[in-house]
Design a protein around this ligand. Structure first.
Ligand SMILES: *Cc1c(COP(=O)(O)O)cnc(C)c1O
Length: 344
């Protein structure tokens, strides 16, 4: 890995971060807070929330096995994605390399930040070929985006190829594990102590059933997390979100039960889907959705919309010709989908 300073935008490296009232005061017990121009009434909503979310991170640290100082929390993973560009990529100069097809936000954020985005096609098994990704990099490539299990294809990327990319690339490698709780693979967070150029993204939006609260996580070296904290908005995770995240994390058993149920349903739905007349192929998946190739994706999509059932039409995505991406719902919802498709 190149020195972190060389990978960081010079203005960010030398940035003196905004010092909020709540971050300047810390330490000894206090009971009169007249430092932040807050209204003393309307408890508890009158107070600014903890800018570094210590309580949430402490619990998350236990669950994920990652030290608190190596955790960043954001307004969804989307904030953690955007911060990668704002910290490391100089507009109109640096570039990033990503697999294709993959999650759309990496490219949208590149465009917004005016950073060149280079696509490297997955192979026909939707697998990563490390050598081709590495060959697309040059001296101005700051970041490689990987997503495993990948969206919209559903499969996990081969771990040996992921590790090859991390080991051979001199810049930063982001592995987005939004769907890791559904996967048979071990999280790459395990590799963080070994690889200072690794950033892992996870989220409370999928297996944790908490998309509404907007809580995304980045795990990385303390040095990278310090940069993130310097650039983020001071109070980027609001009080309601922090409270609800703590409550959700107090019952991890429920999450495990949801995952079990969804994986069981996924097997049932995929099998039934593969037997439909319109089905050409159901792709292997490690997530709470699957990709399927059908005779006519647009026609099937429109038919389902007409019945009030919405799936994701991915036919215009590269390598996903006539493909639908189908999220696993409740048993009843899944049966309604299958029933509708059987009588199409
Ligand atoms: C759903 C998803 C996310 C989650 O984004 P949030 O902003 O945390 O809701 C991140 N990455 C991928 C690949 C996803 O599919």
């Amino acid at each position: 890995m190149k020195p972190l300073q060389q990978l960081t935008r010079p203005n960010i490296w030398s940035l003196a971060p905004y010092s909020s009232a709540r971050s300047e005061y810390s330490g000894r017990a206090a009971h009169v807070f007249l430092d932040a121009n807050e209204n003393p009434y309307n408890d508890p909503f009158n107070r600014y929330p903890d800018p570094l979310q210590h309580e949430v991170k402490a619990r998350l640290s236990q669950i994920k096995g990652v030290p608190e100082e190596c955790i960043f929390l954001g307004n969804g993973s989307d904030e953690a994605i955007d911060l990668v560009y704002r910290c490391f990529c100089e507009p109109k100069q640096d570039n990033v390399v990503a697999i294709c097809p993959t999650y759309g936000m990496y490219e949208v954020c590149a465009d917004i930040n005016n950073v060149e985005y280079r696509n490297v096609m997955l192979n026909d098994q939707y697998q990563l070929e490390a050598d081709r990704v590495l060959a697309a990099c040059d001296d101005n490539t700051k970041v490689i985006w990987l997503c495993s299990p990948n969206n919209p294809t559903g499969n996990s990327l081969h771990r040996e190829e992921v590790i090859k990319v991390i080991e051979q690339f001199q810049g930063l490698v982001v592995v987005d594990e939004a769907y890791i709780d559904f996967s048979r693979e071990t999280p790459v967070t395990r590799l963080l102590p070994e690889y200072p150029n690794l950033i892992v993204l996870q989220t409370m939006s999928k297996a944790w059933g908490s998309a509404a609260i907007r809580l995304g996580m980045a795990f990385a070296s303390k040095e990278i997390i310090d940069l993130y904290n310097k650039v983020k908005y001071p109070y980027n995770v609001n009080l309601l979100t922090q409270k609800q995240a703590l409550q959700r994390m107090s019952d991890t058993h429920a999450v495990e039960q949801w995952v079990k149920l969804l994986l069981h349903e996924r097997d049932r739905v995929m099998l039934a889907f593969s037997e439909l007349k319109i089905c050409q192929k159901v792709y292997p998946t490690d997530a709470n959705f699957f990709l399927a190739k059908v005779d006519d994706a647009q026609r099937t999509y429109d038919y389902l919309v007409d019945k009030g059932i919405i799936v994701r039409n991915r036919t215009r995505v590269k390598l996903c010709d006539n493909c639908l991406r189908i999220t696993i719902g409740t048993k009843e919802e899944n049966s309604e989908l299958l029933g509708a498709l059987r009588s199409m």
